[in-house]
Design a binder for this molecule. Structure first.
Ligand code: B12
Length: 215
């Protein structure tokens, strides 16, 4: 099967809210030895974006959004483990999580996998993570980097809370704060005093590499 056909099948699986088709297309990508990151970023990602736009325009509703997300997660469950793991702890420890009040995890999981592939030790705290948990876990793990994902305009404020918390506890110099997710921008990162904003998982790895030895 051609790469073009596989990418189309990956895309159509999400647009068709079809978990079985997503798994089938992911298996076809694996059988064809397609780079898992290409399958994710060129296959699944454009379709989930399109789904988000349709949801925003109220062309589809929450049940469809959830089915599309389920399909993407089913496919990612096969593809993410195939991103090769780098040597653990070789570069630095990164605390990753999605901020409080936000349950979007797909992008955060891709970033975590890519960081692991890039040789980072990743402590993934999951979703709906309290500000204090990001900071306390970073202290406990001696993490040089905190990565906070936020997908909603109502939750990006928690990224600022993480920076503010570090400032008030006198720990700002110890941990670089990287932010990412839909509504975040480089301007936003600058405004809240974060150390960087990544629009893709590849950018996340570049930024983490920059701060691996500290701020
Ligand atoms: C899938 C999805 C869901 C799924 C999530 C499933 C899951 N387990 O993750 C479900 C159905 C649960 C869901 C629920 C909701 N959702 Co929703 N959802 C989406 C959707 C369609 C896709 C998000 C996604 O996975 N994208 C794909 C990934 C790969 O991209 P990404 O997350 O941006 O991540 C990449 C980069 O941003 C970056 N990155 C991400 N994190 C980080 C972190 C760091 C440190 C770095 C450096 C980089 C980085 O790298 C990633 C990989 O390339 C978006 C639309 C969109 N365009 O984002 C809406 C969207 C985010 N949701 C939205 C809304 C409103 C909701 C709900 C409130 C709906 C409701 N009425 O209940 C709830 C919120 C629940 C909550 N409390 O969190 C809105 C938010 C609007 C806003 N601006 O505030 C959006 C934008 C849809 C829309 N256009 O209206 N959602």
């Amino acid at each position: 099967m051609s790469d073009e056909k596989i990418l189309k099948d990956l895309q159509n699986a999400i647009l068709g809210y079809d978990s079985t088709a997503a798994v089938r297309a992911a298996k076809a990508a694996i059988a064809a030895k397609m780079d898992p990151l290409v399958a994710i970023e060129k296959g699944f990602a454009p379709s989930i974006e399109e789904i988000g736009e349709k949801f925003e325009k109220m062309e589809i509703y929450l049940p469809e959004l959830m089915l599309a997300a389920d399909a993407m997660r089913a496919g990612l469950a096969l593809l993410l483990p195939l991103i090769p793991k780098g040597s653990k702890g070789a570069k630095a420890t990164v605390i990753m999580g999605t901020v409080q009040g936000d349950v979007h995890e797909i992008g955060k999981n891709i970033v975590s996998s890519m960081l692991m592939a890039g040789g980072f030790n990743v402590v993934d705290l999951g979703v709906d993570v309290k500000t204090i948990a990001f900071v306390e876990e970073a202290k406990k793990a001696g993490a040089k980097i905190i990565g906070a994902s936020a997908l909603m305009s109502s939750t990006i404020g928690s990224q600022k809370d993480i920076v503010d918390y570090l400032v008030s506890s006198g720990d700002r110099k110890k941990h670089a704060v990287l932010v990412g997710g839909g509504p975040t921008t480089k301007e936003w990162a600058k405004e809240i005093g974060a150390d960087g904003c990544g629009m893709t998982a590849v950018e996340a790895v570049k930024l983490a590499t920059k701060f691996a030895k500290g701020r």
